[in-house]
Design a protein around this ligand. Structure first.
Ligand code: CLF
Ligand code: SF4
Length: 501
């Protein structure tokens, strides 16, 4: 076995644990890699009408997130509840990172921005409203924004995120506007647990406190979920994992939202820091470790399908998941008159249609070559891929600020999770301290596949036990990852397969 094949004993205790957690979660069905994971979302997994809704949505389909981009516009600042992980100075933390402030827009400004993005980012497929407050409570602004954009870009998918309290009041308009995707943040079913998360709600012109507030919130969330499902809207449920408060409870949430027809369940780690000024930040409530997050995901296996490729993006995020091009489209950079030119997006979609077919064929071929490569000690490998999208290995190592991690074994190649890091190259030169952090982020990874890498970082990674290869530059990810696996298994595995044939 190569020194770079996963050998748990050779790793530090921390990285061993981290790796075991990562692998256990995916093996147990908690990850996008597992057959139970809805976010894999291949056409054979669902009826054609549902596939038509998810195939271009980067959050609802793991495959689509290689090709399509979302953008958020921060038009809805008002909110009707208080979450202990939210500071209203910042954006809604139910669907974006806390402590990040977005540029607030009027609906007219938002429509102008969407058109500017659509003209420059052909991958754009979804317009989401995820705050800065609650998109359903601040409904008039959400509705006006969706209306303005849909009038000019009729094929854009409209997506909103809500705490659910006000959503039942607008169900007819939501359905009437062809909003196919709604995210509800549901952190609890039990009002006593809810009282530890929500100090109050504002409902029917009254502020209501404590467990009574959470009882009402819970009932409205379930009503919202039922109404959306009954009307054919795909619902993704977000749950913020708060250790010691709802960690043991989220399995029940998972089961219940599945029973009621939720399409996906996205369990997100609480991000809590004192400088965010949230109640949890100030009282020292910590977020979950990677182990705790994966343990909860693992415990949910067999329930509602789990989303694992969420990037907890900003309420004004623009681009593919994992990239944020929002700063290219701030109001001061927009032209006054924006006219939508559908040509770019149409050309891109035509290309993606063909590209997807080619990638699926390549993945099937890789699967055929990998399947059956069983040797007695066959490990499961974790391969990190530097990618700018398109399902290809197409990014320079030094430019990667995240790596997509794929798991490969005799069962084939599967997306597992992602790891963020600082990009190694800054201004055309590598920085040593950054490389150390990249190596830390890659702990437990067998091989890195990228489009290019310099000798110096390659040698440093090799010294850390990580192989880097640019041999599969611009190949499909499955092709490259499968080749790594086959090379690791070597002649013995090939012989084993031949023997068993
Ligand atoms: Fe935005 Fe959310 Fe729609 Fe996606 S995000 S409103 S469903 S278009 Fe996606 Fe971002 Fe995760 Fe949200 S990666 S935070 S799940
Ligand atoms: Fe903050 Fe969103 Fe919670 Fe409202 S629903 S308090 S904006 S996190």
């Amino acid at each position: 076995m190569s020194a770079n094949v996963i050998s748990l004993d050779a790793l530090s205790v921390g990285s061993r644990d981290r790796l075991r957690e990562d692998m256990a979660a995916t093996a147990a069905g908690g990850g996008c890699s597992a057959s139970s994971c809805g976010s894999k979302q291949a056409p054979e997994d669902m009826d054609p009408a549902t596939w038509a809704k998810v195939k271009d949505h980067p959050c609802y389909s793991e495959e689509a997130h290689h090709y399509f981009a979302r953008m958020h516009v921060a038009v809805a600042p008002a909110c009707n509840i208080q979450c202990n992980y939210c500071n209203r100075k910042y954006d809604c933390a139910n669907e974006s990172r806390p402590g990040v402030v977005s540029e607030r827009l009027t609906p007219a400004e938002a429509a102008r921005k969407v058109i500017a993005v659509a003209n420059k980012v052909p991958q754009l497929s979804v317009l989401g409203i995820a705050g800065p407050g609650d998109a359903a409570y601040d409904w008039t602004k959400t509705r006006e924004t969706f209306g303005r954009v849909a009038a000019q870009i009729p094929d854009i998918k409209l997506c909103l995120s809500s705490n659910g309290l006000s959503l039942p009041d607008h169900i007819d308009e939501i359905v009437g506007m062809n909003v196919d995707h709604v995210t509800l943040t549901i952190n609890m079913l039990d009002p006593e647990i809810g009282a530890q998360i929500y100090p109050w709600i504002f409902y029917q012109r009254q502020r209501i406190w404590g467990a009574e507030a959470s009882r009402i919130l819970h009932e409205r969330q379930m009503l919202a979920l039922d109404m959306l499902v009954a009307r054919g809207v795909l619902v993704k449920v977000n749950s913020v994992l708060i250790p010691g408060i709802n960690d043991a409870h989220l399995m029940e949430v998972n089961r219940e939202v599945k029973r009621r027809g939720a399409f996906l369940h996205n369990i997100m780690p609480l991000i809590s820091a004192p400088e965010h000024g949230t109640q949890f930040g100030l009282t020292g409530q910590r977020g979950p470790t990677a182990a705790e997050l994966r343990a909860v995901q693992e415990a949910c296996a067999g329930g509602a399908n789990l989303m694992k490729h969420c990037r907890q993006c900003r309420a004004d995020a623009v681009g593919l998941l994992g990239e944020d091009r929002g700063q290219e489209f701030t109001l001061d950079r927009l032209e006054d008159d924006q006219t939508y030119d559908p040509g770019h997006r149409e050309t891109y979609r035509d290309w993606v249609g063909k590209e997807r077919e080619d990638r699926r064929a390549a993945a099937a071929e890789a699967q055929a070559q990998t399947g059956g490569l069983v040797v007695a000690t066959a490990p499961t490998l974790l391969v990190a891929v530097a990618t700018q999208g398109g399902g290809r290995i197409n990014q320079h190592f030094g430019h990667a600020s995240e790596f997509q991690i794929f798991e490969v074994d005799a069962e084939g190649v599967r997306f597992a999770f992602h790891r963020r890091c600082d990009n190694y190259c800054v201004g055309g030169a590598g920085e040593e301290d950054r490389l150390e952090r990249v190596i830390a982020a890659l702990e437990g990874i067998d091989t890195v596949l990228c489009a290019k890498i310099g000798d110096c970082p390659r040698d440093t990674l090799a010294a850390a036990g990580i192989t880097v290869s640019a041999e599969h530059a611009f190949d499909y990810i499955e092709t490259g990852v499968s080749a790594v696996y086959r090379a690791r298994m070597g002649d013995a595995a090939l012989q084993a397969r031949a023997d068993s044939a």
